[in-house]
Design a protein around this ligand. Structure first.
Ligand SMILES: CC1=C(CCC(=O)O)c2cc3nc(cc4[nH]c(cc5[nH]c(cc1n2)c(C)c5CCC(=O)O)c(CCC(=O)O)c4C)C(CCC(=O)O)=C3C
Length: 469
């Protein structure tokens, strides 16, 4: 009988517990305890249902290209619930000179697939459009000059497309996608496919055009009843007596007799510890176990404040067609971004309704973290109104704060993770899960947790199965 402790009941910890439960059905002999410090499971995944409004407090979807969340949903009997974003009406705006400007059609992040659509766009100056076109001609040079070392996302974009593209869409995209600063984020960690494209083709535009014709799918996928259903279904598939709420782990230690995990209620022995707590918590718990691990786990993290407003009548609050907008760093708006939820997904609002989510990040989020809900909502309404025009009285308002929820993968992240992996493998039975290490997306967290759980259950003799995950 192997005893496994899971520290943290967010999506990573739950996916680990779910996979261990599957392995016990396959005959593995396991005793599992999942320790969750708070009184609810799911971490930053939380769906609130208010009347017919389906309001996501955290991630509203996953990136379709990464299959591991959809696979899990299907396994959990949620195949009918899987729902693509409305990509026929997909458009993303960026706030430029106080006005919303549509990003050109056919962009993948900041790279255009369709150069004609780019030409038709009003977003860029003639010089920036020229810089895009010239990137194609510089393919050979870009490939030859591809750096051997990691660099910042800013340096990477600047080398390919110049300063205007970097400030107009590079920076806002990365702060909307990774909540972070382009001059600090690691291109190898957060834009891995683009780095591979540079190695192969030099030009990113050429690389994307070579792949054009690949099957088209929506950018995002979610569940009709909300992301919270994924959490609920995992919980339902985990033995009830494995889960302990309000059970904050106060220390872990590792010795000859295995691992000890201590909470206010006592100390228990385990053979394996799956550390799925936020990276800050994981870092302070593991410092006494291996002091050299801690500096590798210390990283900046961005905080987010989410304010959702539901309105009964969309016509009383017109917004431009599309999914939402991003705000470049340094703009005079306090917002980080906003999503027009009822246009991005079906079935989020009562007939004819409107649902908008406003996001604050960076310093604005740090400040709002200390404000009351009504104050935060008032700031969000004011900031939205400055961009979209006057807002009617919302029928529903939801405010959520997620302090230090998105770790920043800084330049050199992959090397740091390699060193961290070495320290981890030196300690028998430890695995690190969650968004601090090998990817921030919900699918990455699920995949990572399930691979680790299979390894612990001894199921990875079947390495093919692990690779499939
Ligand atoms: C506030 C915020 C955070 C939290 C920040 C924080 O907590 O500090 C966040 C996180 C994330 N966003 C992510 C991915 C993406 N976000 C996009 C687009 C957008 N993000 C927006 C907002 C946010 N996004 C908005 C308003 C848009 C455009 C309109 C819309 O669609 O609502 C696009 C499409 C880009 C394009 O159009 O090309 C992608 C691929 C991933 C990674 C997932 C993975 O790696 O698996 C993560 C963690």
């Amino acid at each position: 009988m192997k005893r496994v402790a899971i520290v943290g009941g967010g999506v990573a910890g739950l996916a680990a517990a779910y996979e261990l439960a599957q392995q016990t059905h396959n005959g593995a002999s396991l005793q599992v305890v999942l320790f969750e410090a708070s009184t609810r499971l799911g971490g930053i995944i939380e769906t609130v249902h208010e009347g017919e409004f389906v309001i996501e407090c955290g991630p509203d979807a996953w990136v379709t290209e990464k299959p591991w969340a959809r696979e899990l949903a299907e396994e959990l009997g949620l195949g009918d619930e899987v729902m693509p974003s409305n990509d026929a009406t997909r458009k993303t705006y960026v706030l430029v000179d106080k006005k919303l400007q549509a990003m050109p059609d056919g962009m993948r992040m900041m790279v255009p697939v369709d150069l004609d659509a780019l030409d038709a766009s009003e977003m860029f100056s003639a010089a920036a459009k020229r810089a895009y076109r010239e990137e194609v001609g510089r393919a050979e040079q870009l490939r030859a000059d591809a750096p051997d070392e990691d660099e910042s996302v800013a340096e990477f974009i600047r080398r390919h497309f110049g300063e205007e593209v970097l400030t107009k869409i590079g920076a806002p995209l990365l702060s909307g996608v990774f909540g972070g600063d382009v001059s600090k984020l690691s291109v190898r960690a957060v834009m891995t496919p683009f780095v591979a494209m540079e190695r192969e083709h030099g030009s990113l535009i050429v690389a994307l055009q070579a792949r054009a014709g690949a099957k088209k799918h929506s950018v995002f996928t979610t569940l009709r009843s909300g992301m919270g259903t994924l959490v609920d279904r995992m919980i339902a598939a985990i033995p009830e007596d494995w889960i302990r709420l309000a059970a904050e782990v106060q220390f872990v230690s590792c010795g000859d007799e295995g691992w000890l995990v201590g909470t206010a209620r006592g100390v228990e022995r385990f053979d394996a510890v799956m550390m799925a707590a936020p990276v800050d918590v994981a870092c302070s718990l593991l410092k006494p176990v291996d002091a050299e691990m801690a500096p590798l786990m210390e990283m900046e993290a961005s905080s987010a404040v989410v304010v959702a407003f539901g309105f009964p009548g969309a016509t009383k609050f017109p917004v431009p067609p599309g999914f939402g907008f991003l705000v470049p760093p340094g703009s005079d708006s306090l917002l980080l971004a906003a999503t027009f939820v009822d246009q991005k997904f079906e079935d989020r609002v009562p007939q004819g309704g409107r649902l908008v989510r406003a996001f604050f990040g960076g310093k604005a989020a740090e400040r709002l973290m200390r404000c009351r809900n009504d104050e935060t909502a008032a700031v969000a309404r004011m900031e939205l109104a400055r961009i979209l025009g006057p807002l009617p009285e919302p029928q529903v308002t939801v405010v959520r704060r997620w302090p230090r929820s998105l770790p920043q993968y800084a330049v050199g992240h992959l090397k740091r993770m390699k060193k961290l992996d070495e320290r981890v493998s030196a300690l028998d039975g430890l695995s690190l899960l969650g968004n601090g290490y090998r990817g921030v997306g919900v699918p990455d967290l699920i995949r990572d947790a399930r691979v680790a759980a299979r390894r612990i259950a001894g199921a990875n003799k079947d390495l093919a199965g692990v690779a499939e995950l």
